[in-house]
Design a protein around this ligand. Sequence first.
Ligand SMILES: Cc1cc2nc3c(=O)[nH]c(=O)nc-3n(C[C@H](O)[C@H](O)[C@H](O)COP(=O)(O)O)c2cc1C
Length: 216
Amino acid sequence: MDVTDAVLRRKSIRAFLPTPVDDDVIAELLTKASRSPSGGNVQPWRIYVINGDSMARFRTFLADREMEPAAYEIYPQGLKEPYRTSRFQNGEDLYKTIGISREDKPARFAQFAKNYDFFGAPAAIFCFVDRQMGPPQWSDLGMFLQTFMLLAQEAGLDTCPQEAWAVYEQAVSEFVGAPEELRIFCGVAIGHADWDHPINTLVTAREPLEAFATFL
Ligand SMILES: Cc1cc2nc3c(=O)[nH]c(=O)nc-3n(C[C@H](O)[C@H](O)[C@H](O)COP(=O)(O)O)c2cc1C
């Protein structure tokens, strides 16, 4: 698989098969992903892996926990156009794949809650960053994440990055043993896509080149 294939094939998967994933494979992906660039080679990513037994224990642990106020503002208040419409359309397109209407809030909520089961994935990583770090280092973390997800594609694995975990920072930190100085950014569900599930038919839209790039 070349880089273009990996970029074009990767998409967020929201229904996984229970097929296990080896820790060794995840370790290799993380090691390779650490070749990602970062300003000053600071390498601000801090990763916790849960898989197999630890995933089973995490699911039991989380069942007793309440959602917390979000650890950071996931979207800016009053998100502007055209970003607002992109976000709205994404939700509409997603729920349409599984026949949930805009009015059916309980069904939408139930689907959203599947984030907290990693959409059935057998493995996941949690990405943290030191509280001292600012936007440049968060951007480094984003590069690490995309590199990880592309390498996962190459290894025959599917992923879903999940900011939804921002409302469980305390719970996740406690479970994984993350020190107070670390802040959660996101989780990434890892596994094999259930291609029979209609939610995985979603192919998200993109703005045309002219909308985001200016050639001078
Ligand atoms: C940092 C990050 C966090 C995300 N958080 C979530 C999430 O919590 N739940 C979810 O279902 N999708 C989440 N997504 C997936 C986005 O909705 C998805 O990337 C976007 O709609 C584009 O679709 P694609 O990944 O299939 O290309 C996240 C993506 C990124 C990059």
